[in-house]
Design a protein around this ligand. Structure first.
Ligand code: GLN
Length: 204
């Protein structure tokens, strides 16, 4: 089967994410066709979506201007997976504590832009993540802090007492950049969740 994967491509590590998606798909015996999203009309044909890092103000402006925001909300309403990383997480949150970002309200969480960045610009840390056997090498770059999460949000990983990876239904958000190492386990976790694997195993 070929999975159609859309990566919002305003800025950010589009090719690194595309590689990680292809690797994660291959691990499940599937191919991924990766398309870049800059205009409306692409998201409706995507099985999975990725909102990368970058600058959340710029990303949110493009999504609203092009009408991609509504398409992404429809994608999530249909229960299809999204991985939102760093600035993508800020855009996907319910509230970013910043009027310049029109949040999509896909993840019931309040985030604080650049919270880690105020202390230290970037760092790498081995992170224990629910569902992964070994720590994930997480790279934080001017990362947002997840200040509050709603009842329905599952915290997948925390750093220094704060959540840094969360799941809200079909949407996974990370404060860090999972595309910056060769490790595609976060993409795997977001796009090939266990329920789906079990369902596939039951069919075949
Ligand atoms: N601090 C950036 C923002 O507010 C996010 C940084 C990143 O994506 N690495 O959008």
């Amino acid at each position: 089967m070929t999975v159609s994967a859309g990566v919002v491509a305003v800025q950010g590590d589009v090719s690194e994410h595309a590689d990680a998606i292809r690797r994660a798909a291959r691990a499940h015996g599937e191919d991924a066709e990766v398309v870049e999203i800059r205009t409306s009309g692409v998201v409706p044909d995507c099985d999975i979506l990725l909102l990368p890092g970058g600058e959340s103000t710029a990303i949110s402006r493009l999504l609203a201007r092009e009408g991609i925001d509504e398409e992404i909300r429809d994608h999530v309403a249909a229960g299809k997976p999204v991985l939102a990383t760093c600035a993508g997480l800020i855009v996907a949150s319910a509230d970013a504590n910043d009027d310049r970002v029109d949040t999509l309200d896909l993840i019931d969480a309040t985030v604080d832009r650049n919270a880690f960045g105020r202390q230290v610009d970037s760092f790498e840390a081995p992170l224990d993540v629910d569902g992964l056997d070994d720590p994930f090498p997480a790279v934080f770059i001017r990362a947002p802090l997840i200040a509050e999460v709603g009842d329905g949000v599952e915290v997948l990983a925390s750093w220094d007492g704060d959540p840094v990876a969360v799941r809200d239904g079909p949407v996974v958000g990370t404060s860090f950049h999972p595309e910056l190492t060769d490790d595609s386990r976060i993409h795997d976790l977001a796009f090939f969740p266990e329920e789906q694997q079990e369902a596939e195993e039951a069919v075949f």
